[in-house]
Write a protein that binds this ligand. Structure first.
Ligand code: BGC
Length: 348
């Protein structure tokens, strides 16, 4: 079978290769790979050497955003041939630490977890893959190709889940949210914010293309400068990873705000920080700023529910380009207008 292979940090090594069938040690469920989504992490792995291949290997099967169709599954697994599934990214550490033992591998305490297609484990960019039943999330069949959005949705489902838990510290309920960045993560964060009934504003620097209209279709407000913010947000979901923006936003939130950081950037820009003023502002307004990575098992289910409840035509606009597997390496390069690019694993 064919697979998208790369040596981390050597983008010139990115190509389609013929590899053996997926190892049974990956799990009893055999899946036909349909699509994978490309995200910034895949570019970081290929270009900058983030992540690591499986032990003893130089190259790895890339991709962690998956969609496939079950070819065979053991009886009693809750899965059957033909089911549409996406694979969970993280595997618990072998110790395991307490969160990993309770399906909260996103909170792994010792860093020994692995991640499919990112850290120490081959990914989902192959024409067939295997998983244990627990790591195959069943999707509404009507989602069809849109099911490839499950993994990025799980990341924002976790972010919102954590915001909700933090909000329980006080009696008031957040009503307004600012999402910074209208890439796939930002748009999906805005979607869930609206599903939760919040008034949502999305900030992105672009002023043309499909993003402003997509945000309006959610019943949310689109702005391209923080100065256009109409009301101080109770919640911020930050999805750009731009350090300067993080601190600009912290200064404009409502009292008791909760700011969730989901983005990272490979930038190395220095900035001067009025550290005492930031400290004072955070203390005097009970502000919580926290980071969020990956997703636990429960968040994947929340994400599957969010996608099921979403308008399909709206979701379809997130996928702006589909490339055949043979062209995956060129697709790592962003093109103007790209939101989410997906790779068709059956078109070779
Ligand atoms: C993935 C997460 C992963 C993180 C860090 C993100 O792109 O969506 O699942 O935990 O990268 O490797």
């Amino acid at each position: 079978m064919k697979a998208c292979m790369v040596k981390p940090g050597d983008v010139s090594s990115a190509r389609v290769e013929e590899i053996g069938e997926p190892p049974e040690s990956d799990g009893e469920v055999l899946v036909e790979g349909l699509y994978v989504g490309i995200c910034g992490t895949d570019v970081e792995i290929s270009v900058e050497g983030y992540g690591e291949p499986p032990a003893g290997h130089e190259r790895m099967v890339l991709f962690h955003e998956s969609l496939g169709r079950v070819m065979s599954a053991p009886g009693g697994s809750g899965l059957a041939e033909g089911d549409l599934v996406a694979g969970v990214v993280r595997r618990p550490d072998p110790v395991p630490c307490e969160p990993c033992s309770k399906d909260q591998w996103d909170f792994c305490r010792n860093g020994e977890f692995t991640e499919r297609g990112i850290k120490g484990h081959d990914g989902y960019g192959s024409q067939r893959w295997r998983v244990a039943p627990k790591f195959a999330i069943k999707l509404d069949p009507e989602l069809d190709k849109l099911g490839v959005l499950l993994e990025p949705t799980s990341v924002v489902a976790k972010a919102w889940d954590q915001v909700g838990k933090i909000a329980e510290r006080s009696t008031w309920t957040p009503a307004t949210a600012l999402v910074t960045g209208a890439g796939p993560i930002g748009l999906l964060a805005a979607l869930i914010g609206r599903q939760k009934g919040l008034s949502v504003t999305v900030l992105d620097r672009v002023t043309d293309g499909p993003k402003p209209g997509m945000v309006a279709d959610l019943g949310a407000t689109y702005i391209s400068s923080l100065d256009d913010l109409k009301e101080p947000p109770d919640v911020v979901i930050e999805a750009t990873g731009i350090g300067q923006l993080v601190f600009d936003v912290i200064g404009r939130t409502a009292p008791d705000a909760i700011v969730c950081l989901t983005g990272i950037s490979s930038g190395t820009r220095d900035m001067s920080l009025a550290a005492d003023a930031v400290n004072k502002a955070l203390v005097l307004s009970n502000e919580v700023v926290f980071g969020s990575v990956n997703a636990g098992l429960a968040n994947y289910q929340q994400a599957a529910d969010a996608l099921k409840a979403a308008d399909r035509d709206w979701l379809a606009k997130i996928i702006t380009r589909t490339v055949p597997m043979a062209d995956w390496a060129q697709a790592l390069k962003r093109q103007p207008g790209d939101i989410k690019v997906v790779v068709d694993l059956q078109a070779v």
